[in-house]
Design a protein around this ligand. Structure first.
Ligand code: NAD
Length: 480
């Protein structure tokens, strides 16, 4: 199935008529073409967005909110269809697309449909000066949203929903590796009555379409989710133009397990936090740190549980681990298994590709557990972003904390303990944007989301996202 750009409410071919192949990760076959767009397409999208802005930014909040709600409802109505499309495009198990990706895309629109009606600004009375200050939070204008392939519709809508809720018009680019549900979203937006030009979706390569969005002098804010290296490159382009930037980047998250935890809950959740979505979630706990006294028991139990996971075709309802997203990504992940062997890591489970019947050319890999002894090894310092976790033991709180923080990344951490003082100490000292205690990936959309250190810049989520997508202006009125 071929897809097209969505510009000014219409589906159009790329101006230069160049196309890219779209692969199905479950069998390695090309199943469609996507626009290989250029700067000209981005300019066309920008003009449509700029043209729509005066009217959209003045649309009253009830109307904006109601259109966003309609988009949310239509996503839910088409849940099965969208989940099947997401699973085919990305390789993720259909069960995951149905239970997580697509419902969350609907929640993103519904959440910001509600949030925009509650968003407020501040007033400060300057007592003794006969003056009052109030703050305006005005839409920025045309903004850019660029998203990755791991949670395609989920992350694409996480940016677009607050951007348009706040009154901006958008030029958006999904990952060229997983463009399908973004294309389908355009159709849903038309069905929901989103005015032409409010959302424009340009497909193509990062270093062409993405870079044209980031470099565009009149696209004033960029919300980007993707790799740390790309984020750094984007920051260099955007900085001289003083663009607002929100960067949600990579992670190498510690999963810290203390002996006093609720063991069974921890074990079940750790299987999920290690291998959900083939380990291709920026929040996956890829470094498992276990207290010495339970290390050997954990090792045996974890290997047992992981060995029960079924690697299979994404559309089989009992598949736990589907296909990795692309042949190139499978190669990258496998290269870390070779690195582990060179670095003296011990492969406790997995490490091999899997052949799935009738889909022999799909990109399947066993869930892989590697024991390491040095936190400075590449396996523990570099983001692998696949079904590969490392195990390491620690003696006490102090060692656990320093191992957890000894990385350039700082996205999230998970802590398993029933000790309140330890919970508070770690909550304060972990150098991450998110700390989960006795749970993982439990998301409340009102909370700030983002990372410290090389995991990013700024926070999205809740009112933080609406603040990002608005320009703040203080007005000071002096009276007699
Ligand atoms: P990527 O950086 O390669 O690409 C992300 C997006 O940026 C894609 O749409 C891509 O086309 C575009 N892009 C690439 N080069 C660009 C450039 N020069 N200018 C502008 N845009 C460009 O990342 P990916 O491989 O698609 O995704 C995986 C990465 O995303 C991992 O590092 C993962 O940790 C990260 N991620 C982070 C979060 C978070 O919330 N922090 C969430 C999901 C994924």
């Amino acid at each position: 199935m071929n897809i097209q750009n969505y510009i000014n409410g219409e589906f159009v071919n790329p101006i230069q008529d160049n196309w890219l192949d779209n692969y199905n990760p479950s069998n390695g076959e090309i199943y469609g073409q996507i626009p290989n767009s250029s700067t000209e397409d981005v300019e066309k999208a920008y003009l449509a967005a700029a043209n729509a802005f005066p009217s959209w930014s003045n649309t009253n909040l009830e109307e904006r909110s109601s259109i966003l709600s309609k988009i949310a409802n239509l996503i839910l109505e088409k849940l099965d269809f969208l989940a099947a499309a997401e699973s085919k495009d990305n390789g993720k198990p259909i069960s995951l697309a149905k239970s997580v990706d697509i419902p969350r895309a609907a929640s993103n629109f519904q959440f910001f449909a509600n949030a925009i009606t509650q968003f407020s600004s501040e007033a400060h009375e300057s007592v003794g000066f006969n003056a009052i200050n109030f703050t305006l939070r005005q839409p920025i204008g045309v903004v850019g949203c660029i998203s990755p392939w791991n949670l395609p519709l989920y992350l694409f809508t996480w940016k677009i929903a607050p951007a348009i809720a706040a009154g901006n018009c958008v030029v958006a680019k999904p990952s060229e590796v997983t463009p399908m549900t973004a294309f389908l979203l355009g159709k849903i937006c038309n069905e929901a009555g989103l005015p032409k030009g409010v959302l424009n979706i340009v497909h193509g390569l990062g270093n062409q379409v993405g870079e044209a969005i980031v470099s565009h002098p009149n696209i004033k804010a960029i919300s980007f989710t993707g790799g740390t290296k790309t984020g750094s490159h984007i920051a260099k382009i955007a900085a001289p133009m003083f663009k607002k930037l929100s960067l949600e980047l990579g992670g190498k998250n510690p999963n810290i397990i203390f002996a006093d935890c609720d063991y069974d809950k921890m074990l079940a959740t750790t299987v999920r936090s290690s291998f959900s979505n083939q380990g291709q979630i920026c929040l996956c706990g890829s470094r498992i740190l276990v207290q010495e006294s339970i290390y050997e028991k954990f090792k045996v139990d974890f290997i047992q549980k992981v060995s029960e996971l079924k690697v299979g075709h994404p559309s089989d309802s009992d598949t736990d681990i589907g296909a990795l997203v692309s042949a190139a990504h499978l190669q990258k992940v496998k290269s870390y298994i070779d690195i582990a062997e060179q670095e003296g890591g011990k492969i406790l489970f997995g490490g091999k590709t899997v052949t799935v019947k009738d889909s022999e050319n799909g990109y399947y890999l066993q869930p892989t557990i590697i024991e390491v002894s040095d936190n400075n090894c590449r396996l523990n310092q570099e983001e692998i972003f696949g079904p590969v976790v490392t195990l390491m033991s620690f003696k006490n709180d102090e060692e656990a904390l320093s191992l957890a923080n000894e990385t350039k990344y700082g996205l999230s951490a998970t802590l398993w303990t029933n000790n309140l003082n330890r919970t508070m100490q770690f909550s304060q000292k972990l150098e991450t944007g998110i700390v989960w205690v006795n749970t993982w990936m439990m998301r409340d959309l009102r909370t700030p989301f983002g990372g410290q250190k090389d995991s990013g810049l700024g926070r999205e989520g809740g009112f933080e996202a609406l603040r990002f997508f608005t320009e703040t202006k203080n007005v000071c009125i002096k009276y007699q």
